[in-house]
Design a protein around this ligand. Structure first.
Ligand code: NAP
Length: 326
């Protein structure tokens, strides 16, 4: 048994429910690897799960993404050795921990030119941006792309990636203070969607053109406006709900707005097999190497302050990814 610390929730609710406890970690089981974790990625899904919006069975750990060093191997593990630097983003809940046993087929080696903090900041978020720009809607030169919450963790990566593919990218932000970060990330134009007339501002920014694709992770406050910003036969990719669930619609509205396509995708099915995980991770590292994906760490917290990391995210105080250090 190895002594470790891990977040454990005995109830769901506000950030106050996040408690760090001492645990005894057993030796890795068959097919597993034991990792001493060095950096943990915060993702907004952690808030949905902690709050009960996506309910979890209790007691439960929290978090999907971390980076670390292999310390022990279970039986039948090949391809990894003690001392390897590895990361994961879909190995089941429980990443908020100082050490953890993880199925080896969920691990990806960390490239030598990428630091632990950067890997934890980028992996889950860039794997999300990857399927959104390469699979859900293949962004191409000349497209008009609308990215909501463009100063956020996924938003900055998505905006920069779409821009690198030759799109005209409009980003939205919730306050003027975030506009510069969204611009720096790659947006050609940035608008404040807390203003009631943000759809008009979008059309002004594009010279009247509507978007080939709208990447909407905000939902409640943006979804109906997103439909109004989408060009005929264009797509709305609703991939999150930072402001709450999207209002219900009748499918007929998609006809009225111009035969729109609506999808609600998730990063997990896109990486459901070890082969897909490795293939998509290669696409992400390729994009990092080409400069298509740039990483901005907006804030770093010790794991002991995971609750503060959640408060900062929910308070919309951070621009870029949040990383926690165990
Ligand atoms: N489906 C998938 O595969 C997938 C995977 C990863 C992430 N996501 C989604 O992508 C989004 C971004 O994730 P992230 O981890 O990078 O987080 P994040 O963007 O760093 O934080 C969420 C952002 O949403 C905006 N927001 C708007 N209304 C909000 C509200 N009422 N409360 C809090 N934030 C609000 C905020 O930006 P402003 O202050 O500028 O409005 C905030 O920065 C999330 O919705 C997440 O669920 C989906």
């Amino acid at each position: 048994m190895k002594k470790a610390r891990a977040v454990s929730l005995s109830e769901l609710g506000s950030a106050d429910v996040i408690k760090l406890i001492d645990i005894e970690l057993p030796a890795p089981a068959k097919g597993e690897v034991q990792i001493r974790q060095t950096a943990i990625g915060f993702n907004f899904i952690d808030v949905y799960q902690r709050s009960g919006f996506y309910p979890l069975e209790l007691p439960t750990g929290l978090g999907h993404e971390a980076v670390g060093v292999v310390e022990a191997l279970g039986e039948d593990v090949s391809g990894f050795k003690v001392g390897d630097r590895v990361m994961y983003m879909n190995a089941g809940i429980g990443a908020y921990a100082s050490a953890r046993n993880v199925a080896a087929d969920k691990l990806v080696p960390v490239p030598s030119n990428v630091s632990d903090e950067v890997a934890a900041a980028v992996f889950f978020k860039a794997m999300t941006a990857q399927y959104l720009v390469q699979k859900t809607y293949k962004v191409k030169a000349g497209d008009v792309v609308l990215v909501h919450a463009a100063a956020g963790g996924v938003g900055q990566i998505l905006a920069g990636w779409a821009k690198s593919l030759g799109a005209f990218v409009v980003g939205t932000v919730g306050s003027q203070a975030k506009a510069a970060a969204a611009k720096e990330a790659g947006c050609d134009a940035v608008l404040d969607y807390s203003k009631p007339n943000w759809v008009e501002d979008f059309l002004k920014a594009t010279g009247g053109k509507k978007a080939n694709v709208v990447y909407d992770s905000v939902a409640k406050d943006t979804f109906l406006g997103s439909l109004d910003c989408t060009a005929p036969f264009g797509m709305v990719a609703l991939f999150g709900a930072a402001s709450g669930p999207a209002p219900e619609i009748q499918p007929e509205i998609l006809n009225k707005k111009g035969c729109l396509f609506l999808t609600r995708p998730s990063v997990f099915p896109h990486n459901a097999t070890p082969a897909l995980l490795q293939e998509n991770a290669r696409a992400v590292f390729d994009a990092i190497a080409k400069g298509q994906v740039k990483v901005k760490i907006g804030a770093t917290f010790p794991l002991e302050q995971a609750a503060d990391a959640h408060r900062a995210a929910e308070g919309r105080k951070v621009m870029g990814a949040i990383v926690m250090i165990p």
